[in-house]
Each structure stands twice: as structure tokens, then as C-alpha cells.
Design a binder for this molecule. Structure first.
Ligand code: ADP
Length: 272
């Protein structure tokens, strides 16, 4: 019956209403602040490539007609910069999409073994100057997680790409995976420059780069790891890094493993 509602006096009700309204307003304000910050970050990041293109167009206008060398150089540099902007815009879209994942879809079942084999193979082919090792000794056959394969692939590619980008003499990447207590962990290890203690906490922030100028040369926007982190946490996973400066880094991602029964149930739903 509705005794409790009748007993609640008007003041209590109003109090409760205003508390929940205030909570909602706080949440909205936080959301608006985050959006503002994002727009401000993005504008800042786009300013550099636009300024570079502008500079080259100015050169072209002044000297391009008479100096074929400047003509070539400025056109090449502008094309390169436009390409970088395109890349940046794609990464920003990826980041926004990663924030909006709905893991309720039944067809989000990924066979970790298959994805690892595929990604490691593809990366080895693209980067044939690198030795890319895959060790699945501790990974039971057909380990499955609730995630879209394309998202696991995306995270792995970001981590392997970084390992390659920040490698030094030893051009080797070790990928390994294992399951313990129903958690699957995947490790991506490189033997490159490593990351300082201070930077370890910052590298997952969007647009953060340890060395802005040098990373820019390598085509980095500082978005890869924030995309990876968003993707991983959307699927109730975790991402962490272990690193010794000058010796290399190891990134680890982990996810809850689907029981056989649950995986079959989801796969059946997907086929309906
Ligand atoms: P970027 O596209 O610039 O590589 P990320 O978000 O992927 O952006 O990485 C942020 C920064 O973290 C990089 O600029 C780099 O300084 C550092 N970093 C990421 N991965 C590694 C790694 N494997 N070894 C050393 N530094 C790394």
C-alpha cells in the first residue's frame, strides 16, 4: 500500500526533489565543462597544422611562381600537413566513438586467440624490419571476451604501433597473453626509450605527448592511448603500463573472460 507516501510530508518531498535536481545539474555542468575543454584542446591542436599550411601558401604566393624548388617543397609540406590533419580528425572521431560504446550488443563476442594471431601477423607484415613475437602458451584455446573484435584490434594496433614508434636499437615487440582467475591479460612489450614515472600517469590523457616536437615528427597526436583507455574501460577492462626509462615499456590490458556457457548464449542470440 501507499502508506509511506502518505506519511512523507511536503517538506521532505521537496527536499528530496531538490537534492536529486541538484545532483543532475552538477552532472550536466561537469559534462558541459568537459565538452568545453575538449573543444578548446581540439582548437589548440588544429592551430599548428593550419599555421604551417598558411605559412607555405604565403611562400608559394610570394616566390612559388619563379622558384620551382619552393613550389615543390611548399606543396609537399602542405599536403603532408593536410594529411596529418586528416589523421587527427579521424583519431578525434575514434575517441568520441569510444566514449559512446554500448556493450549490451549480443554480437560482441571476441575470440582473443584469433584476434591476436591476426593482428600480430598483419603488423609483422607491415613492419617487416621488426621482429614481432607472439606467445600464447598461457592462453587457453578459444578464450572469449565480450567485446567487438574491431575494438580489441584497434587497441592492440595502438599499443604495437607505439612500441614500434618509440623503439630504439632493438627492433623487437613481444606480445603475450594468459588467463588467470577468469581475467585475460594481454601484454605488449618493447625495448625502446621507456617512460618516466612522472609521465606514466599522464600518457593516457588526450593530446599528451612526452616530447611534443619529436612525437610530431613521428606523426603522433597524443590520442592513441586515450582512445585505447576509453575502449578498454567501456568493456570493463583495465590498461596499465610498466616501464624502465632507457630499457623499454610493457603495456598490459585485461578483461573478464566469458564463461563457455555465456559465450555460447551470446553467440546464439547473435545468430537469431
Ligand atoms: P601518440 O600518437 O603521440 O603516440 P599516444 O597517446 O599513443 O600518442 O601516446 C602518448 C605519449 O606516450 C607518446 O607521445 C609517447 O611520448 C608516450 N608513449 C606511448 N607509448 C610509448 C612506448 N611504447 N614507449 C615510450 N613512450 C611511449
Amino acid at each position: 500500500s501507499n502508506v509511506r507516501i502518505e506519511n512523507l510530508n511536503r517538506d521532505d518531498e521537496l527536499q528530496e526533489l531538490s537534492t536529486s535536481l541538484n545532483l543532475m545539474l552538477d552532472r550536466m555542468q561537469r559534462y558541459i565543462d568537459q565538452q568545453k575543454e575538449f573543444v578548446s584542446d581540439v582548437s589548440h591542436e588544429l592551430r599548428t597544422p593550419v599555421a604551417v599550411i598558411e605559412g607555405h601558401l604565403g611562400m608559394l604566393k610570394r616566390w612559388g611562381k619563379d622558384d620551382p624548388e619552393i613550389l615543390d617543397e611548399s606543396i609537399d609540406a602542405s599536403l603532408q600537413e593536410a594529411d596529418r590533419m586528416k589523421h587527427l580528425i579521424q583519431e578525434m572521431l575514434d575517441l568520441t566513438r569510444a566514449e559512446q560504446i554500448d556493450v549490451q550488443y549480443p554480437n560482441a563476442v571476441t575470440n582473443v586467440n584469433e584476434v591476436l594471431r591476426r593482428v600480430a601477423g598483419d603488423m609483422a607484415m607491415v613492419h617487416n624490419d621488426f621482429n614481432i613475437q607472439l606467445d600464447m602458451d598461457d592462453l587457453p584455446a578459444d578464450t572469449k571476451i565480450q567485446m567487438y573484435s574491431s575494438h580489441l584490434e584497434q587497441v592492440l594496433i595502438i599499443l604495437i604501433d607505439n612500441g614500434i614508434k618509440y623503439s630504439t636499437d632493438l627492433k623487437q615487440i613481444n606480445i603475450s597473453a594468459g588467463v588467470s582467475e577468469q581475467i585475460v591479460s594481454i601484454m605488449v612489450q618493447d625495448f625502446g626509450e621507456g617512460i618516466s614515472e612522472e609521465d606514466k600517469t599522464k600518457i593516457f590523457n588526450r593530446f599528451y605527448r612526452v616530447d611534443k616536437a619529436r612525437t610530431r615528427e613521428k606523426g603522433g597526436n597524443g590520442l592513441g592511448l586515450s582512445i585505447a583507455q576509453k575502449l578498454v574501460s567501456s568493456y570493463h577492462g583495465e590498461i596499465s603500463v610498466d616501464s624502465v626509462q632507457g630499457q623499454g615499456s610493457q603495456f598490459k590490458i585485461s578483461f573478464p573472460v566469458l564463461s563457455k556457457a555465456k559465450a555460447e548464449e551470446l553467440e546464439k542470440l547473435d545468430n537469431e
